[in-house]
Design a binder for this molecule. Structure first.
Ligand code: SF4
Length: 371
């Protein structure tokens, strides 16, 4: 990464300069260099390293990139809790009923903010279910991505991230949530019941056009709540609102409903199942190939393996053989009932074990009732 190269280069230059200063001092005082803790060879190595860092920096400047991986040009640096590494970001969408992976992809971004719509569209194409609900963790919460999903008729349930506005609640300063937006007059009402009116100018931030709302400093100057609202150097309040914020207002309301909360709670047990199996059972935790095209292939192979294993776990090898024949003969209906009966029987037998695991609770009777 450019900033790391720059940092290392500065450090090595400082080291070399220090040694050169010491050498000059020793020369002036006509003393032997044997007093030095570093040898001539080691200084030469430092100079070599410096030349390499300078070359790397020139390469980055020529490419106009902030980072570049010499062995895999597509990989990017990603932050992990303990360290950074050059990697790819593997994405999966999992069906909640059978926990099969329905879609997968690779991203070279170290975050998931731009992946919601991509994965939702891929899943929709495969599932072909217009009532599909897509849920993901707050790392996927992006107002732009949510808007794209809404436009494509995909319902999403993503818990909002802790934004700067939310964080301010913990501090003494008013957050954006404490200013009420008035749809009718298209203005904000501040906690002191004053109006912040929309000005003509728009402001662009991260590709989103924001409307600007402002109040005159005449009101803020004499406001008793000023200390909780403005910094010492700000004369008046200014608020920004995304031009499509109405969509997000409705979304935030939806996320507060019990149904949305229930789906959010359930999400962890759906998607963590494949990741847990892939890492623990398949023992896979990194890509063996390089470049995006090959990594995409390896990623798909791993997800295919997971699905295959999952299918065998669900129906067993005997039924799997029958299933292959049914697919070949294009007669899936003949096996549909058999698979359903098989799964039901397995559950029924497993109920005996559950009785022992949960100290004699009568799971078996309950299962018999359901059969
Ligand atoms: S400082 Fe200005 S914007 Fe803030 S509460 Fe007072 S009048 Fe309203």
């Amino acid at each position: 990464m450019k900033k790391t190269v720059k940092k290392d280069l500065a450090k090595i230059e400082e080291e070399i300069n220090n040694y050169m200063t010491i050498l000059e001092t020793l020369d002036k005082e006509d003393k032997h260099h044997t007093n030095l803790k570093i040898s001539k060879e080691e200084i030469e190595k430092l100079v070599e390293k410096k030349a390499q860092f300078q070359k790397d920096l020139e390469l980055l400047n020529t490419l106009g990139e902030e980072q570049f991986n010499k062995t895999d040009h597509d990989a990017t640096s990603m932050s992990k809790p303990s360290h950074n590494l050059m990697a790819y970001n593997s994405q999966i969408a999992v069906d909640h009923k059978y926990k099969f992976i329905v879609a997968t992809d690779i991203s070279t971004n170290g975050h998931d903010l731009d992946q919601l719509h991509n994965m939702a569209i891929k899943s929709k194409e495969i599932i072909e279910n217009s009532d599909m609900i897509v849920t993901a963790d707050k790392g996927y919460y992006s107002t732009r991505e949510i808007k794209k999903c809404i436009e494509d008729g995909i319902e999403t349930i993503i818990p909002p991230r802790c934004t700067a506005a939310n964080k301010k609640i913990k501090s003494a300063r008013f957050s954006k949530n404490q200013f009420t937006y008035n749809h009718l007059d298209d203005c904000y009402i501040c906690p002191n019941n004053q109006i912040l009116s929309k000005i003509k100018k728009q402001y662009e931030r991260n590709g989103r056009m924001l409307d600007v709302y402002r109040i005159s400093s005449t009101y803020c100057k004499v406001c008793p709540l000023k200390q909780n609202c403005l910094s010492e150097v700000t004369p008046n309040k200014q608020m920004y609102r995304w031009e499509h914020e109405d969509i997000i207002d409705d979304y935030v309301k939806k996320m507060k409903t019990p149904q949305a909360k229930k789906i959010v709670r359930k999400r962890g047990s759906i998607v963590e199942h494949p990741f847990g199996t892939i890492k623990r059972t398949l023992g896979w935790d990194h890509f063996l190939v390089r470049t995006k095209k090959k990594v995409l292939g390896e990623n798909a192979l791993i997800m295919f393996t997971y699905n295959f294993k999952r299918l065998l776990n669900l129906i067993g090898i005997a039924l799997f053989k029958k299933l292959c024949i049914a697919i070949k003969e294009n007669n899936l209906n003949q096996i549909r009932e058999e698979i359903a009966a098989y799964i039901l029987m397995s559950a029924y037998y497993m109920a005996y074990f559950l009785e022992d695991i949960f100290y004699g609770q009568d799971f078996h009777k309950k299962m018999r009732f359901r059969r």
